[in-house]
Each structure stands twice: as structure tokens, then as C-alpha cells.
Design a binder for this molecule. Sequence first.
Ligand SMILES: [Mn+2]
Length: 364
Amino acid sequence: MSTYRSNLDLPGLAARLAKVRSAVVLSHAKPDGDALGSCLAMRRLLRHIGADAAVVLVEPIDPALRSTTADEIETIDPKAGAASVEDAMRRHELVDAIVVVDTGTFPQIEPLSDWVRSRHDRVIGIDHHARGDESVAAHRHVDASAASTTEILAGLAEAMGAPLDGGGPGSLAEAIFMGLATDTGWFRFPSAGAAQFSLASRLLDAGVDKNRLYALLEQQGRPERLEMLGRGLSSMRLVPWGGDDRRRVAVMHLDPEDFEATGASSTDVSGLVNEPLSLAGVVASVMLSEPERGLVRMSFRSAGAAAVEPGSAACDGAAIDVNELAARFGGGGHVAAAGARIEASMPEAVARVVAELDRGAVDS
Ligand SMILES: [Mn+2]
């Protein structure tokens, strides 16, 4: 995975998609609001131009996210082998385009990566991550300045002449808003600037019901979520970033025993990484979780640059570049939000993270 570039500008992407008669739309595993919003927006946009489009996502899908969709998604078991993937995808064999949104790496689209790889010429990638693998999509539009992939799709809809009016449930506008709102932490993160508020304003004018979406997406947690938050907070330690005691990074971990004892699933714990950012002097937060023994998921968040004294901000509005930090573990994302996964025991994973935090910023 490295920095990757577009080989299609927005008008070029619009022209290519305008010719599509049938497509399958994919995104990353553990889809978040932007992944799902992008899939739904792409499907609704393609249907607007009269094309047939199916969305295929890998389980598990957060039930709160799923509640925003009608019968619009098909799912695949994450453990499906090559033969059952071929079987499940047989009905999509003849599509003109495979559109991969909100990611550009093969590991993130497992177990569909081989299926995608062998149909490379038909793959169109649309993403706002800074890092990806150029071999995933033959045709790529990458814009790391977009706060969400759905923000790119808003521009694409305009280029394709699809109106954003009629923002009710099941609309293109609603799907775009879902990705934009969730990827900006409901417009709190530094990535939410004038352009994003302006787009949000257009979408609300189009009739999107943000209060309904907020209730559907953010207020459907199970009690297990807060039990896990309690466990995470009691594991929390604050590690000075590069030895600087004024800039500390919270590290929490949730072990297989925590998942077992509470009955929580990995979707119950999404977003808990953000909680320590409410503390003074905490510039970033790392959550390590191990729902199944042996594979540790790492989630990194940075506070905004405003959380540190002027002049010491890392880059692009973030206090610390957690994209670079995640890359040290083979992952990536954005300057303020990134992830990685490593095969290690939890004590090893925590020790490796603490060592990197002790080290602090490195010249890349
Ligand atoms: Mn995204």
C-alpha cells in the first residue's frame, strides 16, 4: 500500500459511468457509514441513469447501518472460500463495471479480492484515502481532500446530471449525507470545513432528515457497548508522544476475555476509540481490540490541531498524523482516523504501540 493517484478526473469518471448498463458495487469489510453510504449512493446514482446495480458487502454489518437500507444489499460471509465466492457472485458475472468505493486495498475487500483481481479491466475505484494499491482498480478517481467518499459522489452526481432533490428515506441525498456526517464525526472533525457544511446544507435543503438519521445510526447501541467502554477505560494508559508529557496518547485494549464476558461483538465497540479525546492534553487515542484470539485490530484517532499549542500541529488540521502511525503497523487511513490489524498477542500489540508512541513523530 502506498500513496495512490487518480487516472480519471471527475468528468472522465462521469463519462465512464454513463456508459455502464450493469454494475456491482463493493466496499471495505466492517463497512462504516461512509462505506455503506457510498455503496447506496452509487447504486441509487446508477439506477437514476437506468443502469442495474447491486451492492455486495462482507458480513458483519452493523445493524444500525443496515437499518438505513431497504432490500439494497447482498452480503457475503467473511470466511467464504474461493468456490463459494464464485458461486455467490455468479449472477454478477456479466456486469460492465465493478465499482469499489471508500477503499483501495485488496486486504480490505477480502474474501472478494481474487474475484476482483481477475476482472481488473472492469474495476472502477472511487476513494478518499491517501494510501491504496493502484493494482485494485484499472480506473481510479482518488481525492484525499474529500471528507468522505460520498462527498466525491455528490460531485459525481452533479457531473452526471443527477439531482439531489427528494432527500427522503432511500434517496441519493440521504446516502450522501450519511457518509459525510459519519466520516466527519457529525461535522466535529477538522475535515469538516466550509465545503462540507455547504454540501450538508444543500442536502438538508433537499429534504434529508438528519435527526432521523442520527437516531438510526448513533442511538441504537446495546448495553454491551457501555460495558465494553467501561472495560476499555479501565485499561487506559496515557503515553507521552515522543516523550513529551504535554502531548499524551491514550491507549486502551479490549481482550478476547472482555468480548466473552460481556457478549459484545466487534460492531458494539466501534467508535469507543474517540472517548479519550475529551481529555485535556490527550492528542490522540488508540484502541486495540481482539474479538477473536490472535488478530488485533488497531484503531487510531487524532484530536484536532486546536488541541495542541499553535505551531506544533502535525499536519492537515490533526494534532498527530495517525495515518503515518497506522502505516508503521501496515495499515492506513487519514491523518485524523486510521486503522491497522496485526497478528500478535494483546500484550505484544500493546508493547509495540507504546514503543511507537515513545518514539513519537518520525521523518517519513
Ligand atoms: Mn470514508
